[in-house]
Design a protein around this ligand. Structure first.
Ligand SMILES: Cc1cc2nc3c(=O)[nH]c(=O)nc-3n(C[C@H](O)[C@H](O)[C@H](O)COP(=O)(O)OP(=O)(O)OC[C@H]3O[C@@H](n4cnc5c(N)ncnc54)[C@H](O)[C@@H]3O)c2cc1C
Length: 310
């Protein structure tokens, strides 16, 4: 039966943490995930700053552990079903996927974010043929090759360092003259002889015959245009919220992130949001799991009040 007290949309760290808390509190819980459970950690090589793992943990292993913990307490996890729309109906919410509809009394939206694109010519044409957003997925294809990483934040620098395992050369292309990444990451990158930095520069186009061969670059200070021969380009320039499924339902900020209070409540009673999809948050694993726990607790209280009223 496609019914549950609580449906969690998105099986990343925030959603799976909500599922651990709600299923353990004996709330009938379904998680609907568009791909495999785990979220962004599946695309992450190594996590060093999540408390409790002093030696660090691989992203995919972290994801697997979250999933098995949620299943252990009885959460039903439905995979490979993208949710298309969330609707308010008399008795609660209808959650529509391409294949079917689910009904519930409360919903937690934990759909996270997707990588922001460069939006330059060649990016779409060569995605999967030299353009990538995931070093852990595609890095091994670049053994002894030359790659570029675009970005200057934590993700860009972590993945640039990871790519030096395979690539003979890694160029980091950044539109500013200094990095935003944590100092400890910066020091590691500056000390790595395989990494070179191209400052104050943006990618204008990605070119090649059948796969990526060349980047056209522009220096934003001098306006000078140059060419860089590469075999691949990895893009880490931020993220956009996966919030379109509730776009006509909940209040969002100007960038499409869902607005909540400190209890993860949105402006719609019974509809909660947690993790990276939320406005004004730090967007890390520790904050995503914290949000997930709070959202589950708020949903539990909401469901309790609902049954008391009926
Ligand atoms: C390369 C990289 C490295 C990182 N490294 C670190 C790190 O070292 N430390 C750290 O603390 N944080 C790190 N982060 C950030 C961290 O991964 C995120 O903050 C965290 O994953 C957010 O969790 P979330 O559950 O909110 O969202 P996500 O992890 O984005 O999960 C959302 C889930 O929802 C699913 N979904 C989306 N739309 C739908 C839909 N319509 N229907 C059904 N399912 C849907 C997605 O498939 C996904 O599984 C890193 C991120 C990246 C990209």
């Amino acid at each position: 039966m496609n019914k549950a007290d609580l449906i969690i949309v998105g099986g990343g760290p925030a959603g799976l943490t909500s599922a651990i808390y709600s299923a353990r509190a004996l709330i009938d819980t379904i998680v609907i995930e568009k791909m495999l459970p785990g979220g962004q950690p599946i695309l992450t090589t190594f996590i060093e700053n999540y408390p409790g793992f002093p030696e660090g943990i691989s992203g995919p292993e972290f994801a697997e552990r979250l999933e098995s913990q949620a299943r252990r307490f009885g959460a039903r996890i439905i995979t490979s079903q993208p949710v298309k729309e969330v609707l308010r109906v008399d008795s609660g919410f209808e959650i529509k996927t391409e294949e079917e509809s689910f009904f519930c009394n409360a919903v937690i939206i934990a759909t996270g974010t997707s990588p922001r694109k460069l939006n330059v010519p060649g990016e779409d044409t060569f995605t999967g043929r030299g353009v990538s957003y995931c070093a852990v997925c595609d890095g091994a294809f670049y053994k002894d090759k030359v790659v570029a990483v675009v970005g200057g934040g934590d993700s860009a620098i972590v993945e640039a360092i990871y790519l030096t395992r395979f690539a003979s050369k890694v160029y980091v292309i950044h539109r500013r003259d200094q990095l935003r990444a944590e100092k400890i990451l910066q020091e590691r990158a500056f000390a790595n002889s395989k990494i070179s930095f191209i400052w104050n520069t943006v990618v204008q186009s990605i070119e090649g015959e059948k796969k990526v061969e060349l980047l056209k670059l522009k220096n934003v200070k001098t306006e000078e245009v140059s060419e860089l021969s590469v075999d691949g380009i990895f893009v880490y320039i931020g993220s956009t919220p996966n919030s379109s499924i509730v776009k006509d339902l909940v209040e969002m900020d100007e960038n499409g992130f869902i607005i909540t209070d400190n209890f993860m409540r949105t402006n719609i009673p019974g509809l909660f949001a947690a993790g990276d999809v939320r406005s004004n948050t730090f967007r890390q694993l520790a904050t995503a799991v914290g949000d997930g726990a709070i959202a589950a607790n708020s949903a539990e209280k909401y469901l309790g009040e609902l049954s008391w009223k009926r």
